[in-house]
Design a protein around this ligand. Sequence first.
Ligand SMILES: C[S@@+](CC[C@H](N)C(=O)[O-])C[C@H]1O[C@@H](n2cnc3c(N)ncnc32)[C@H](O)[C@@H]1O
Length: 262
Amino acid sequence: MADAAITALVEENGRVHIIRLVDESVKIKGIGVFNPKTTMSDVEFGQEVQIGSKIFKHLPPRLPELIQGMKRRAQTIGSKDAGVLITRLGIGPGDVVLEAGLGSGGQSMHLSRVLGASGHLITVEPREEHSAVGLENLQTLAQTLSEFPMHSHVHGRIESNVEEIRTISANIDAILLDLPEHTSAIEAVAHLLNIGGRLSCYCPVSSQLEQAWVACEASGLEVEWAGEIIEREWGKASKGGVRPVNGPFGHTAFLLIAQRKN
Ligand SMILES: C[S@@+](CC[C@H](N)C(=O)[O-])C[C@H]1O[C@@H](n2cnc3c(N)ncnc32)[C@H](O)[C@@H]1O
């Protein structure tokens, strides 16, 4: 049987629900019990639909909706950092990208969107409870995108699976690491990078950044950029005008980008 189509329902407060249009009663947290196929059959994109006591806007499931409505287990990288990593690593169609750990698949979803059908994403994750969520999120994305990269998944620690990764692809254009400890991973996989390719580390605390920096240099990579992306949201003021919103001005992680030059 073909997979059911996927769509997005957005609450007034912005909360996004990613819905499979199956023809059966389902219970969805934040919505309740309903039959998605019959409920949505005549609801066009842009129209509103009432389910129980709530009103939802029906929208196509583009990447931002899919990211907001994704399942989460391990902490995910937000779009603020994911986008910068993709740009600074120069990732695009046709590239082979190695990513560890997969976690909930947040970064993988951003990568899949830009790699296109000609790209290849290799993900690595040792914890099955994390990869179950990450792989499900990628499967949902694959069903909604018109183009999706080839995807290979390796179960285990990246350091312990270097030969398997090399067998999957001997040409890696970019490596993204989001791990509790980067040193041993950098030492294990830096040499897999094509000359000119770049590696990134996502480091929540400064000691991780320093250790990653030292490990990159020890592994023959040149650190090209390290720092933090600071995002400041603006909103409409109640008495007119726009201004920075009140609210947390939080920290996510320090990013490090290193290049293999020889
Ligand atoms: C913070 S999560 C990654 C989140 C992911 N970047 C996202 O955006 O959803 C870190 C993941 O790395 C995995 N991990 C830890 N050590 C690892 C290793 N040596 N090799 C591969 N993955 C590892 C953890 O199990 C965890 O799922």
